[in-house]
Design a protein around this ligand. Structure first.
Ligand code: TYD
Ligand code: MG
Length: 459
């Protein structure tokens, strides 16, 4: 019998070496190598799969290729459909990542049940819970569909056989970290297992045209367990996030071969499952204390949709040591930068002040158009002077204190007007080329200084 060959694989980045090493030359992490058995050579072509319908090895003119668009399968949750770019694409492999307990299983069970109600055969494979446990959850969610099949299984070969037999129209694998292939000797959840199982699932999805959703756990560091590799293999990656103590959950697209990324769907975790939030702006502004110093509202684009959120700042004198600069929900490098601009260009003495900036409601914003709102919040808290509660602030701030043009100003202002805001302070350069709604006054500003004068008064 041939000697079993083993190799060492870095569990962070997938780097392979024949000998154990303390530090990975690939990602420079320590103690990440785990011994794994090299799979037998007979399956040398395992990593390649044939995409259905493609002609083997013969180039075609792009204009000659039929582009019949396969209809997408939609759920009854428009938020979910939108994040996917308009519904589920047949034959796609989608990864849903998120912290344990955030509601991934709940979301996918609800999606499964809705698809089953549309007369689609759905197979929900749970490697983490028994069929009975899944049933308990289903009862809680009020699932009563005859076309929803539950299977508690972790062996990929058996899973493949069951899919073959049932020929479902939609498959959920909960979770990829519990599934294993026997030929790969390392433990479920290891890099090799995750990689092998995913490529096999990819093959099943593509060859049969079945959309498969896989659940992936997230590590402490915030990426999907098993390496980045997994994200490259699938068609779309969605993150389900939110704070445990808030009931809001956000489904965010980070990669999508069939639609735009950075779409966001907002849900609320209720006693009887997840419910969509179709008016996020109202929800995010619900708890705003109007007329408080340090609070402003910005219209931020989340994918194709404007969302209004409150930006809060608290500036207080540093008692000892270096001043603290803390930011929640926005890039923490932006805060010191904007404070430096306020100090240098507006003359606010902020260097001996602690600063805490927070996006209310547990949302994360990562676009420059929120700069102006952050700057005004900081100045408002510093001067202890509230801005008008019906003001909305939109604009990117440059290092010379100039307020720069942002994209999609019309949509942002329209959303603000819809929610009753009376005045929009926007970049001067954004004034032309569109007509604002009548109910809202538009004020163009060139610099942060102008914006502060308009909102907080003084000079
Ligand atoms: P779950 O879907 O099991 O999370 P994940 O699969 O991401 O680990 O969700 C678990 C949490 O959701 C749990 O703390 C209970 C809560 N929950 C509700 O509040 N309402 C519900 O209807 C359900 C099913 C769960
Ligand atoms: Mg789960």
């Amino acid at each position: 019998m041939a000697k079993r060959k083993t190799k060492y694989v870095c569990q962070e980045c997938g780097y392979e070496t024949p000998k154990w090493m303390g530090k990975c030359p690939g990602c420079h992490n320590w103690n990440t190598f785990v011994e794994e058995v090299v799979a037998s050579q007979t399956s040398g072509a395992r990593h390649t799969f044939q995409v259905e319908g493609s002609l083997k090895g013969k180039p075609e003119k792009i204009t000659a290729i039929q582009s019949e668009r396969e209809p997408r399968v939609t759920t009854m949750m428009p938020e979910f459909n939108r994040v996917l770019g308009g519904g589920i694409v047949p034959g796609s492999l989608v990864l849903i990542g998120g912290d344990p307990g955030i509601g991934k299983s709940t979301l996918l069970l609800q999606v499964s049940s809705q698809l089953a109600d549309k007369k689609l055969n759905v197979l929900y494979i749970s490697g983490e819970e028994s069929a009975r446990q899944t049933k308990l959850r289903a009862d809680r969610l009020g699932v009563t569909s005859d076309n929803l099949y539950v299977l508690s299984e972790t062996n990929l070969v058996d899973i493949g056989n069951q899919i073959e037999q049932l020929n479902p129209g939609f498959v959920v694998i909960d979770s990829i970290q519990t599934i294993y292939r026997e030929e790969v000797s390392s433990a479920p959840g290891s890099v090799s297992q995750v990689r092998e199982c995913t490529s096999e699932l990819m093959r099943i999805a593509k060859s049969k045209g079945i959309p498969i959703f896989i659940v992936g756990h997230v590590t402490k560091e915030g990426s999907i367990a098993g390496p980045r590799l997994l994200e490259h293999m699938v068609d779309a990656v969605l993150y389900f996030e939110g704070e445990r103590h808030h009931t809001f959950r956000i489904l965010r697209g980070v990669k999508n071969r069939f639609g735009s990324t950075n779409e966001m769907g907002i849900f609320e975790m209720k006693e009887e499952g997840l419910r969509e939030v179709s008016n996020p702006s109202e929800i995010f502004l619900e708890e705003r204390s109007q007329g408080a110093a340090g609070s402003t509202v910005v219209a931020s684009m989340e994918g194709s949709r404007p969302v209004l959120v409150e930006i809060q700042a608290l500036i207080s004198p540093t008692s000892y040591g270096n001043p603290r600069r803390m930011a929640t929900g926005i890039d923490h490098n932006r805060v010191p930068l904007l404070m430096a601009v306020l100090e240098k260009r507006v003359g606010l003495m902020l260097q001996n002040q602690d600063a805490y900036v927070k996006v209310a409601g547990g949302v994360k914003l990562d676009e420059p158009a929120i700069d102006l709102a952050v700057a005004v919040s900081v100045a408002s808290s510093f001067r202890d002077q509230p801005s008008r509660p019906d003001d909305i602030l939109i604009g990117e701030v440059g290092l010379t204190g100039e307020v720069r043009r942002v994209a999609r100003i019309d949509q942002r202002v329209k959303e603000a007007a819809k929610l009753g805001f009376k005045r929009a302070i926007i970049p001067q350069k954004n004034l032309d080329g569109w007509t604002p709604p009548d109910s809202i006054e538009i004020l163009g500003v060139n610099t942060v200084h102008d914006a502060l004068k308009a909102t907080l008064g003084g000079n």
